[in-house]
Design a protein around this ligand. Structure first.
Ligand SMILES: *Cc1c(COP(=O)(O)O)cnc(C)c1O
Length: 350
């Protein structure tokens, strides 16, 4: 007996972090920014134009604001519904050779999901014992390379010279640097775009610009890359960016002072919190992101995760090989991190 069930595209979906509904939660599990977006974003809501009409399919107001912020040309920026949308379109557009795409074994867990969905072969490369990416692992023949920098969920940063090394050994395939967390302390590979026509740098409003709820991500690269992604987008869904996102997204990137202020606050809290963790005997790679990925030798991470949740403190735990004794802790406000630090101290010395 034939059934429509035989022809379903079977996929194993990505599991997003929990969004608890209860009140009074300290939410440090999905790397959201603890500060609200710039007040200019809410003001801009009053300038949202006619919602009766379709939005500009090219989202020109937004692409222009982003490109001028970075000193790029307008045709070197592609915008999408969060960087998840941008990355998925990039996978679909560029990873078509039939050769395996390379990415780290411990990394953003959406990469293997998209590879599965689009039937793209891939090979993972093991991080070293300090959770570092080894450039040499990415030298071989492949169908493309993608890695986050700083890496997620480790927080470890690659220096720009190492990114360049990977690019130098991959001139014939697309190299995507997923910079979701770069604003919290690293040097962007954006400066390499004029030298490498196969480099795509992807960033997002979700973390450093406090707008995970608005859904804006963008890719920066050579205009041929951007054109190819636009062609795929227009073959799929022309109106990805809604009018509120275009208007509010423009206002957000124009408020540089607010961005710098909140970014610096998070960096300062992170440095203080890492010192606290160190004093408690946690081990972790130095984080340049808005989270810390930490492990304690005397208490299993899963126990800590569950005990924290009972106190309404949500952090992220991944039940996966090599990282099942780690907690990924988003940097919240000073008060939130103080509460968490006190909780952790009690767990360690009951
Ligand atoms: C959060 C995150 C993204 C996606 O974020 P969006 O909200 O879709 O912009 C992409 N890559 C990494 C590594 C992330 O952590």
């Amino acid at each position: 007996m034939k059934s429509w069930r035989d022809n379903i595209r079977n996929v194993v979906p990505y599991t997003p972090g929990e969004q608890p509904k209860e009140d009074g939660v300290i939410k440090l599990n999905t790397n959201e920014n603890p500060y609200p977006p710039s007040p200019k974003v809410l003001e801009a809501m009053n300038h949202i134009k006619n919602l009766r009409k379709y939005p500009d399919p090219a989202a020109a107001d937004l692409t222009e604001a982003i490109s001028s912020y970075y000193g790029l040309n307008r045709d070197e920026v592609f915008v999408g519904v969060g960087s998840d949308d941008v990355l998925a379109i990039a996978f679909l557009t560029f990873f078509n050779s039939g050769r395996p795409v390379f990415f780290p074994d411990i990394t953003y867990s959406f990469y293997d999901v998209w590879a599965g969905l689009f039937q793209i072969p891939y090979e993972t490369k093991a991080l070293d014992d300090e959770f570092g990416i080894r450039a040499g692992d990415y030298y071989g023949e492949n169908g493309g390379v993608i890695f986050p920098n700083p890496n997620a969920p480790t927080g470890a940063l690659l220096e720009l010279e190492t990114v360049r090394d990977i690019l130098d050994h991959n001139r014939d395939v697309l190299v995507i640097v997923d910079e979701a967390y770069i604003d919290f302390g690293g040097e962007s590979a954006r400066s390499l775009i004029p030298e490498y026509d196969n480099l795509l740098v992807v960033q997002t409003y979700s973390k450093s610009r406090s707008l995970a709820g608005l859904r804006i991500g963008y890719a920066m690269g050579n205009k041929e890359l951007v054109k190819a992604m636009n062609d795929v987008k227009y073959s799929f869904n022309s109106y990805t960016m809604n009018e509120p996102a275009i208007v509010m997204g423009r206002a957000a990137i124009e408020d540089e002072a607010y961005f710098q202020k909140t970014r610096e606050k998070i960096i300062k809290t992170r440095e203080w919190f890492q010192e606290e963790l160190r004093n408690m005997g946690f081990s972790f790679a130095d984080s340049k992101a808005n989270f810390v990925f930490a492990s304690h030798e005397s208490i299993p991470a899963k126990e800590l995760f569950e005990a924290a949740k009972r106190e309404k403190i949500y952090v992220r735990y991944f039940n996966k090989p090599r990282i099942d004794n780690y907690l990924r802790i988003t940097i919240g406000t000073d008060d939130e991190m103080q509460t968490l630090a006190e909780f952790l101290k009690k767990q360690i010395r009951p």
